[in-house]
Design a protein around this ligand. Structure first.
Ligand code: UTP
Length: 485
């Protein structure tokens, strides 16, 4: 851009900002050199400036509230045990349908890795964080192993889409290159950044300045993936390859079965599924557990946040189970056509925003100094992928097992940490070993007295694992990894 058009552009953007009370975003423009000034103007110009007043009214001045509708009901699901009365299904048919799709190259894996990982406090993209209980392998490598294992077994290419954010994209790409794409063909790995939203002062709605050269922005939530898959060209790439379904997992759960033939088959072929979006569920056993719940509203599956479900409904039981018991582990199958349809619809599609109050460093407008707040000072707006469930005609839910498939690393310590993740990896491996007749040392309280890790390359399921040549016993205190078939 030449000097003159840059000046015109800045003047025009200043006018638009002033009109919505956000003129402070250019407060330090005059102090900046030519390139930095142009970069600031470009970053501010990329915000949806005219929409800010509506967002502030809806999410800063007010907090959206959810009133449970009168027809709120638990969502039906297929039980973990396919023979369960009332929740039964055909395991062999599902598995064959999934395996056929994998062999025909009709399935892609998708990992959302654009989050900021603030609770973990790790300096870098979360996917680079160690995760393997014994090997210490990073999260990205644990997930890549699922693709390597499945490509090997089903003899079809499984492209891997990885969504980053503008904040961690370059570092993520550099890590993939340094790690040689974890053994995958780089042509089959599609890395692309998600969109961002402006981060606003929680009292006034003023967009914060992250530096004198940039407004503060935050990734637009994992729901942003449904748009980013489209705008990045990933969907077009997948369609060219003949891919029909995408397996969605979050980057922080190394036990997520990123490729699960049974779930793929149910999503693609079961009559309860329209092939648009399916989900796995974990049984919620304690009313106080803070987990989103699959419900049915107006005949469609919808996710209801735990804080939105009245306490008496959270505690209501049916027999020995909670009535609203379908917790969300964030494991989905999504149809490629569904994503294309959402993005091409004439009315457009919009997922609702969820607001979160967070601590965001900002530039003080008087002193120009960077302030690290000690209390939450900002509102971040994000969309969530599960809100797309309500846009599906028919959406299937399959129960899964907590130990088999859910070991997220969210926090630096305590629950959902590296430590708890390693414990769950060990417990899963211990169960698989014991099912195969191997003696596993256990403490008096019943915990496995060893550290164990099974790569999906060695076995994707307990049944496969049982066919490997295994030791008779594991020694107390041992660290053992099963990495090869
Ligand atoms: P979380 O909700 O756990 O958020 O994301 P987070 O950003 O990783 O961590 P906190 O809340 O700041 O501590 C769940 C999954 O969704 C992805 C994350 O990378 C993670 O895989 N995600 C989240 C995105 O890809 N983009 C986002 O904007 C938010």
């Amino acid at each position: 851009m030449n000097q003159q058009s840059a000046v015109v552009n800045e003047a025009e953007i200043r006018e638009r900002l002033d009109a919505v009370g956000q003129g402070h975003l250019l407060r330090f423009a005059a102090e900046l050199s030519g390139d930095s000034r142009a970069a600031l103007v470009e970053r501010v110009g990329a915000l949806d400036i005219e929409r800010l007043p509506r967002l502030i009214e809806a999410y800063v001045r007010n907090k959206p509230s959810f009133a449970p509708p009168t027809d709120l009901a638990p969502a039906p699901y297929l039980a973990l045990d396919p023979a369960t009365p009332g929740h039964s299904w055909d395991l062999d048919a599902a598995r064959s349908a999934g395996e056929a799709l994998l062999s025909a190259g009709k399935v892609a894996a998708f990992t959302v890795a654009g989050g900021q990982g603030t609770r973990l406090g790790f300096d870098g993209p979360k996917g680079m964080h160690r995760a393997g209980a014994v090997t210490g392998k990073p999260l990205f490598a644990c997930l890549a192993d699922w693709i390597i294992a499945a490509q090997d077994r089903f003899d079809g290419v499984i492209p891997w889409c990885v969504m980053t954010s503008p904040i961690n994209h370059d570092q993520t790409v550099a890590f993939f290159e340094e790690q040689r794409y974890f053994g995958l063909d780089p042509d089959d790995v599609l890395l692309f950044p998600q969109g961002v939203m402006p981060t606003m002062d929680k009292d006034t709605g003023a967009v914060l300045l992250a530096s004198k050269e940039a407004p503060a922005v935050n990734p637009d939530g994992h729901g942003g993936s449904l748009r980013a898959l489209w705008t990045s060209g990933a969907i077009e790439n997948l369609q060219r390859r003949g891919v029909e379904h995408i397996s969605f997992v979050q980057v922080d759960n190394p036990l997520a079965r990123m490729i699960d033939p049974v779930f793929i088959g149910l999503h693609a072929a079961h009559p309860d599924s329209s092939g648009e979006m399916s989900s796995k569920m974990l049984e919620k056993t304690e009313p106080s557990e803070k987990v989103g719940l699959f419900c049915e509203i107006g005949g469609r599956v919808s996710m209801v946040e735990y804080s939105d479900l009245p306490e008496e409904l959270q505690a209501q039981r049916e027999g020995d189970r909670l009535l609203f018991n379908a917790g969300n582990p964030a494991l989905h199958m999504i149809g490629v056509d569904f994503i294309a349809k959402l993005n091409q619809s004439d009315e457009g599609f919009a997922l609702p925003y969820h607001r979160a109050e967070k601590k965001t460093p900002y530039i003080d407008l008087e002193s120009g100094e960077l302030i690290e707040p000690s209390e939450t000072n900002s509102v971040k707006l994000e969309t969530f992928v599960f809100d797309a469930l309500a846009l599906c005609e028919r959406s299937l839910i399959l129960e899964t097992d907590r130990i088999d498939e859910f070991a997220p690393i969210k926090n630096a310590s305590g629950s959902d940490s590296l430590e708890s993740c390693a414990r769950i990896q060990t417990e899963r491996a211990a169960r698989w070993l014991e099912a195969a007749g191997v003696v596993v040392p256990r403490t008096e309280s019943g915990d496995a007295d060893c550290t164990l890790e099974i790569s999906p390359i060695a076995a994707m399921t307990a049944e496969e694992f049982g066919e490997l040549a295994l030791p008779d016993r594991i020694d107390a205190g041992a660290s053992v990894v099963f990495e090869t078939p």
